[in-house]
Write a protein that binds this ligand. Structure first.
Ligand code: ADP
Ligand code: MG
Length: 665
């Protein structure tokens, strides 16, 4: 297939701008879908109201007069004869249009109508006339230096030159069954929609294709799992596990206990374990995973625990060492910042089997790590572990039992569709002896009360989290709270007596980890942060969280954030600050069941927040949307199963689908 640079008009500069917005191939380019459409339909100015957004076409009636102001500002005025009479037009900073706006030129003017003065303040002027039907214009994500028009031109050129070569993942019999158009035609339509009906039809076809290939991959893995479901079967000495549980510093909740024995029974079965532990933040999933690893050790095999971040890996490592300190288990920590020499030692010991349990980040399964006899892989925060990584592990030829831990409560129907091949253990009860978490929704005008509440906690030598949606103020969103700004304000209020610091996603991870460590050790009393704090860090002395601009977050995210407090025996508080959307936020005051909250969230906001962009994993669809297109998903699921199971030899499309899975991890 040709390269992006082979598209006529795409020079080196355009190429780098396209790369910047994630387009690096012709496929990427033609599947850079509009994120919305604008409908250009002629407005009747007689019926338009003051301040309406209007679109009119007509002929330029007077020579445009250009006025230049200070600081490069300019304004142009002319009269336009439109269908609904003469109207004044003014537009800012388009001096360059003056020469093309000769008297008599046909133009389309889009802007705001001042009824009294009979003037349109235009934000756009195009050459041409409107047809009587509405014209549908695609609107793309752009970047500085790359306009909507540029993108549209490149896409259409690519379709013209290479339209026939674009990969299509729908097998012929389904194309026929649903009378789908070919892919090139569908792409042409979504980028240049003639009518709403045609657009919807084309979108449907492209969504179906995307969901079909997604479900195909899931089903393919499922089938492979079943086909060579030669898992590892071993005997677990149950008495020793019971002894071990009895010696823990706390007693397990009955949900935890059930999960433990479900896992052990999986280990003893011949089939391969593929289990998800779903439990609210703080419900105590980790100890269940630890016991599973100990059981695996007792049965003579190695375990690997993958955490999404280094800091969490370290926390798990320290906790596990403490819990297994009276045993002979050899535990290692393997993360990015471990010295090369030490790393090589660990590799060696994993290969010769002297390390029993290794804890680390993704590198554990992706690198050239060779295990002696890996029997169990556990991943924390399961939603970060995608289809491709699952496939990778299988390609390495090892078939360990797999256990996922997740605090993201995916509503059951969706979970069944997407992770239908998994068994689940659900942990609902919170461990005994935990303090309560009370949640309050407050407005910005009540900030003084909030500061007082913070002071009360600080005086008790407790710690406080403060969360903001932005890192720094930028002009565009200056109304929102930012981490940097809040740090300055908190320093003014509390800096004399308390240590205050911040973490956010733009910091180097070593710097971030350092500050987190200081917070864990109690050296910092107020930690200000973006949602990077979301992932499982455990500081039981933190008893209060204040979330600014809480309306910016989905309820599931808020619930996960809130789960960072209330981890010790003290009661905790969570304050949500917002001047809008308070009805929705008040759900948080009443509800503390993560599953119910996620259902509410799902109803209100769709999948966006639930699966979250940063938790993307598999859910990064270009055109489909799991919630709105759930019916298409179900159809694609059924069809892809049927297709996978049909007896014909592997055809070209099957191969393409399978390859696309193995290539990108
Ligand atoms: P999560 O499910 O969010 O990963 P963790 O596993 O980190 O939660 O558990 C949170 C805290 O609760 C830990 O400090 C853990 O030691 C403690 N914990 C877990 N189970 C129990 C229990 N049954 N009784 C008391 N404390 C528990
Ligand atoms: Mg956890």
């Amino acid at each position: 297939m040709a390269n992006l640079s082979d598209v006529k008009g795409v020079g080196p500069k355009a190429l780098s701008l396209l790369n910047k917005i994630g387009i690096s191939s012709i496929d990427d380019l033609v599947m850079h879908y509009p994120f919305r459409y604008e409908y250009l339909k002629r407005t009747n100015l007689m019926e338009a109201l003051d301040d309406d957004k209007v679109i009119v076409d007509g002929k330029v009636e007077s020579i445009p007069i250009l006025m230049r102001f200070k600081a490069g500002l300019n304004k142009m005025n002319f009269r336009l004869i439109s269908n609904s009479g003469v109207v004044g037009v003014s537009i800012f900073n388009r001096a360059f249009l003056k020469n093309s706006l000769q008297v008599g030129t046909s133009v389309i003017v889009i802007g705001k109508f001042d009824k009294k003065k009979n003037i349109i303040t235009a934000n756009d002027i195009k050459l041409g006339t409107l047809s009587d039907k509405a014209k549908i214009e695609p609107v793309y994500h752009v970047t500085q230096g790359l306009t909507n028009k540029n993108i549209s031109t490149y896409i259409n050129m690519a379709l013209l030159q290479f339209g026939k070569e674009i990969s299509d993942y729908i097998p012929d019999n389904y194309i026929n069954k649903y009378s789908f158009s070919n892919k090139r035609t569908a792409l042409n339509i979504v980028h240049n929609p003639p009518t709403d009906e045609k657009l919807e039809e084309a979108q449907y076809r492209l969504k179906y294709e995307e969901l079909f290939s997604f479900m195909f991959k899931i089903n393919y893995l499922k089938k492979q799992n079943k086909a060579n479901n030669k898992g590892i079967s071993r005997k677990v000495p149950i008495d020793k596990i019971k002894d071990f549980i009895n010696k823990l510093p706390f007693s397990l909740t009955s949900d935890q206990e059930t999960a433990v024995f479900e896992i052990i029974s999986d280990m003893e079965k011949k089939g391969r374990m593929n289990r998800l532990i779903q439990g609210d933040v703080g419900s105590g999933k980790t100890i269940v995973a630890f016991i599973a690893m100990y059981a695996n050790y007792l049965s003579g095999m190695q375990s690997a625990l993958m955490a999404p971040t280094e800091i969490l890996a370290i926390q798990h490592y320290n906790n596990l060492k403490e819990i297994l300190k009276d045993t002979a288990v050899n535990i290692a920590l393997l993360t990015g910042s471990i010295l090369k020499k030490e790393k090589l030692d660990i590799y060696k010991e994993l290969e010769d089997g002297s390390i029993n349990i290794v804890i680390g980040t993704h590198a554990l399964i992706q690198d050239d790590v060779i295990y002696n006899n890996l029997g169990l892989v556990i991943t924390d925060e399961q939603h970060r572990f995608g289809v491709n990584q699952r496939a990778n592990l299988q390609n390495k030829g090892i078939r360990p039992d797999i256990l996922y831990m997740s605090a993201t409560p995916i509503p059951r129907t969706y979970a069944l569709t997407i992770y239908g091949d998994m068994d689940t253990s659900i942990i609902k009860q919170r461990p005994k002896g935990r303090g309560k978490i009370k949640t309050y929704v407050k407005s910005n005008s009540e900030i003084k009360d909030v500061l007082q509440l913070m002071l009360d906690e600080l005086k008790k030598h407790h710690q406080v989290y403060v969360i903001a949606p932005l890192i720094e103020d930028n002009n565009e969103n200056s109304a929102l709270a930012s981490v940097c700004d809040l740090r300055d304000k908190m320093k003014l209020a509390f800096g004399e007596y308390y240590n205050i610091d911040m973490v956010h996603g733009k910091m180097a991870s070593s710097a971030k980890d350092l500050i987190m460590q200081e917070f864990i050790q109690g050296k910092i009393q107020i930690l200000i942060s973006t949602t990077v704090i979301e992932v499982g860090v455990d500081v039981s002395n933190a008893t209060m969280m204040v979330i600014f601009d809480a309306n910016r977050f989905g309820l599931s995210t808020l619930h996960q954030l809130r789960g960072r407090v209330g981890r010790g025996s003290n009661d905790s508080k969570c304050v949500l600050i917002s001047d809008s959307d308070t009805e929705r936020l008040k759900i948080m005051e009443k509800e503390d069941d993560g599953f119910k909250i996620s259902e509410e969230d799902f109803k209100l906001r769709g999948h966006g927040d639930l699966f979250g962009t940063k938790q993307s994993g598999d859910m990064n669809f270009k055109i489909a949307n799991i919630k709105d297109d759930y019916d298409i998903l179900l159809k694609a699921k059924k069809d892809s199963e049927e297709y996978l199971n049909c007896t014909t030899n592997i055809d070209e499309i099957k191969l393409k689908l399978i390859n696309s899975m193995n290539n990108n991890s």
